[in-house]
Design a protein around this ligand. Structure first.
Ligand SMILES: [Cu+2]
Length: 126
């Protein structure tokens, strides 16, 4: 039997949907901010600001720059998080704790979108 859990208890995730905010507020510096990644969702691609991310607590800002609804699902060793469905122009943030040497898969879970090309990978460096 295959068990699918969209939000695993072990994953650290903070999801927030915000209106048309360009950039979120600066991090306060209290957490060990390892990395930041901006991810754009558009028909039919996932465009990340970098193909690599530093292991640790990483902050992703996801923006739907397309003309139809998209979401982002990120998964990898110890990582499993997703945004809500984002209407065009909307942004969300995800915070994940990543492991060095792992590879993260990014996909849009709207039916058909991954197959249309909305998938990408990010390498986590030590
Ligand atoms: Cu999509």
């Amino acid at each position: 039997m295959i068990r699918v859990t969209r939000i695993a208890a072990g994953a650290v995730l903070v999801a927030a949907v915000s209106g048309c905010a360009a950039d979120g507020p600066a991090l306060s510096g209290t957490a060990a901010a390892s990395g930041q990644l901006r991810v754009g969702l558009v028909e039919w691609r996932i465009i990340a600001s970098s193909t690599a991310l530093t292991a640790g607590v990483d902050h992703l800002t996801i923006t739907n720059t397309g003309t139809t609804g998209h979401d982002l699902y990120i998964s990898g060793p110890g990582v499993r998080a997703h945004t809500d469905l984002l209407p065009p122009g909307m942004s969300a943030t995800l915070t994940v704790t990543t492991r060095p040497g792992s590879t993260l898969a990014l996909t849009c879970e709207v039916p058909g979108h991954e197959q249309a090309g909305m998938r990408s990978t990010i390498t986590v460096t030590g």
